[in-house]
Design a protein around this ligand. Sequence first.
Ligand code: NAI
Length: 400
Amino acid sequence: MTKLVVLILGAGNAAHVTAGLAASRENTEARILTLFKDEAERWTKAMGDEGLTINLHESVGDVTVKSKPALITKNPAKAIEGAHMIIFCVPAFTHQGYFEAIEPCIKPNTIIVGFPGQPGFEFQCLDILKDKARRCPIINFESLPWACRINEFGKGATVLGLKVHLQGSILKGESNPDKDPCEVLQAVIGPETKLEVGKHYLAPILDTKSIVHPPIMYAKWRDWNGQPLSEKPLFYQGLDETQIKYLSGISDECVAVARAITAKRPDIDLSGVVHLQDCYRVDYKDTIGDPTNLFTIMKSNSAYDGLVHPMIDEPNGKFSPNFRYRYLVEDVPDGIVVTKGIALIAGVPTPYHDEVLAWCQKKLGKEYLVGTDLTGKDVKETRCPQKYGYNTLEDLLRIK
Ligand code: NAI
């Protein structure tokens, strides 16, 4: 039987867990490509002969997986040679560099996975890989199967929480893979999270968990007085009613966009796009203590134990909010700007998106939104559909 060769892109939390699990599977070779600084060298050195140790969450029996990826490199040609599957495990703002790096070497029927791809993954993939993308299955998930953190770089990571169910989509284009792409990925990550890719590609975009961070950041910090804090506030479990209002409002708008698209094109099934609280009830079934409403869900989800706001260390042991963290740097241009762009195409007003975006872009020093339109000078740095020339529903729905 041919060995399955899986290439993992990146060297962060998600890459560590995915690489550790992939390398532990029978007849599977795991490789890592990281283009960032000296990470490939550092990871190779840190791992030595010992390999990786991945601690799985207590909900799957406190299992510890030990394994050793075959190659960690910054050389795209070496990494991609003979790879059957390429898994993007990096923040979305780095995807462009990876797409450009794999473009010259990618072969037809290589399975491309956004894990998660985040909004705009397909638009960017088609834009950079062009015809080559049409000959590869492109899978995108709305999130990761895990909440996870590195314990020690190059040595191991811990899965803090596990989703029992993860939804995604697949664009098959003109590809002709000899195995079901989702089944291949399922074997790589293991059975604990059930993967499904039956959704329309717009569904994971509108359902994405990346819409969670900007409204929480906005509602938490919009009135901050600039004084450093003596503790790092809890990100999810520290939510108050105002933050929930904005989180829920953004989610309502995404659902409204999905409904508006289906009203115009009943053949497009986006019924799976549901309010965040309904996603959480399914995805985090085992870790939520009180599923009554979004507020209780966020407060009682043990997968979020200890997760705090991104903060910068200040002198005297104090902390200030970090507005350069991926919760804004990634989840605005590759998150709510994309959902806003689809809302514009669907003709759905988005007062929550607009209010949150107006604040976030100021913090990022960017201009995306002007009034309620995406006509700012920095739209070209985002992955909204308009950037790629998709301006009508027909444009969006042509992608298959
Ligand atoms: P991370 O923050 O650990 O990723 C860091 C890695 O990204 C670095 O090691 C490097 O390889 C790469 N990187 C960072 N800055 C770069 C730059 N300027 N240029 C090139 N590469 C750079 O991210 P993590 O936690 O692995 O997440 C990956 C994706 O999964 C993100 O989209 C995240 O939103 C998503 N996600 C993560 C979850 C988690 O629990 N870690 C949970 C749900 C989703």
